[in-house]
Design a protein around this ligand. Structure first.
Ligand code: FAD
Length: 425
């Protein structure tokens, strides 16, 4: 395997930690060129106006980013055959890191789009694969992931959305909230509680992030064994887009509620088997959290680079040695923590590529990387003072987005709890 490192501005590298193959670096360079071609005015506008750039999303898919980790069977529509060859999660992480570093306006939707194809590849039948995957690969269809509900965030065992099999259809009722791409997607991986399933008196299982109180569920309590996954399309009768959110960070991703009101889902759109919803969700999240970790590394790198720019100016303007040393100390600390986050993130990505996807390592990577992005963004703003909060420097944007990184796909508090639970088991 040919290996080399990619030099970067400041003699540092945004891809330190390890050697990468020529193919992995090809993806990195492609991502860098793609993101660099988006004018900064458009990057700022998508955040400020909170609008989703579907055109950019389609373009990214046609460049092969939208289904990068998957095999070529369903990617025949891509123009460049090289982009249709199965990539790996290290490449996808490099792409996400680079997109975050440039605040690419479609980054999060693209990450979730891949997260949604994952369970179709893994649990879908041939008809589902034929129907969704080619359209997802070329960007004709955008995917979203519907797990969180108004009363079920960290505690996914509390899901209230129900599904009932009536004839040849499942009838779904419930609301999913904070759904990335929710307002723009064409298909949704939705977790619902299957009615008419076994009685829940055997409900002693603890779900991923349910509090310990669920451990001894009483008869009639909710069981994760009933949770079932469905592929729901936007045009199904009874499906509606709900409230759109004007959030602090991660704006421009069409994040909103989706509402299912006697929503008619064909029997053919059951994903996996009855009661496999938890398995479906966890297998996606184990990879999704690595994607988020990579994004957080990119934000941290971008914040570090902004701060470095200012420090260089500071030296030119004749700062005293002690003042400059104070700044350099902070930068050194940033560099150490970014590199540590990267090591863990790419370790998690390599495990996925080795067929050993590990949800605990993914949780560690997501926690460390998002906490690092938050701290580096905050410290960078402190270094720059007033200049740090000007929108065109994008630091305040990174600060806002990094906060969301600590929350979505499971809060960092919950990740820590899961890590401890796994290690103490
Ligand atoms: C930008 C963004 C995009 C998102 N996109 C999606 C998406 O595409 N699809 C989707 O399904 N969801 C999505 N979400 C929702 C996200 O996954 C949830 O916000 C997250 O799981 C936390 O749930 P919650 O907000 O309800 O917080 P809560 O569960 O209400 O938690 C509130 C606080 O209590 C803490 N806490 C809760 N339970 C415990 C416990 N047992 N022990 C210790 N502390 C606890 C939490 O850590 C947190 O600090 C998104 C969220 C954001 C911010």
């Amino acid at each position: 395997m040919q290996t080399k490192t990619m030099p970067d501005k400041y003699g540092q590298s945004s891809v330190m930690s390890a050697k990468y193959s020529a193919e992995q670096l090809r993806w990195l360079e492609k991502a860098r060129a793609f993101a660099a071609a988006i004018p900064i005015s458009e990057v700022i506008a998508s955040d400020r106006e909170n609008t989703f750039r579907r055109d950019l999303f389609v373009k990214a898919c046609q460049e092969g980013f939208g289904a990068l980790p998957f095999g070529e069977t369903y990617k025949k529509s891509l123009k460049d055959k090289q982009d249709a060859v199965a990539g790996d999660y290290v490449s996808f992480s490099l792409v996400n890191q680079e997109f975050a570093r440039r605040l690419n306006p479609i980054m999060s939707s693209l990450g979730v789009h891949v997260l949604c194809q994952e369970p179709i590849y893994k649990f879908g039948n041939d008809e589902q694969k034929e129907h969704y995957l080619p359209k997802a690969a070329c960007g004709e269809m955008l995917g979203a992931f519907g797990l969180t509900e108004p009363n079920a965030g960290s505690d996914t065992a509390a899901i209230e959305t129900t599904a009932r099999l009536v004839g040849d259809q499942y009838i779904l009722n419930g609301t999913k909230t904070f759904i990335t791409s929710g307002g723009s997607a064409d298909f949704y991986i939705v977790m619902a509680r299957l009615l008419e399933s076994r009685e829940s008196t055997e409900s002693t299982e603890i779900t991923e992030s349910s509090p310990a109180t669920h451990k001894t569920a009483s008869p009639g309590a909710k069981s994760s064994k009933e949770i079932t996954a469905f592929i729901v399309e936007r045009n199904f009768a009874g499906f509606e887009i709900g409230q759109k959110f004007d959030m602090l960070g991660m704006r421009g991703y069409s994040t909103c509620e989706i509402v299912m009101n006697d929503c008619q889902v064909p029997r053919a759109n059951l994903l996996g088997n009855h009661g496999e919803g938890r398995k479906v969700a966890l297998s996606s999240l184990a990879k999704g959290r690595v994607t988020i970790a990579a994004q957080c590394c990119g934000w941290a790198q971008a914040a570090f680079e902004s701060a470095t720019n200012v420090l260089q100016r500071y030296y030119r303007d004749g700062a005293t040695t002690s003042e400059a040393n104070g700044q350099a100390h902070v930068l050194g600390e940033m560099a150490v923590s970014i590199e540590a986050a990267r090591v863990l993130t790419f370790q998690a990505a390599r495990l996925i590529d080795a067929g050993e996807s590990n949800i605990t390592i993914a949780a560690m990577a997501k926690t460390v990387a998002s906490d690092t992005a938050m701290k580096v963004a905050s410290d960078a703003i402190s270094l720059l003072g007033l200049e740090g909060v000007k929108p065109d420097l994008l630091l305040e944007r990174i600060f806002r987005d990094a906060k969301a990184g600590q929350i979505y796909e499971g809060t960092n508090q919950i990740q820590r709890m899961l890590i401890a639970r796994d290690l103490l088991r």
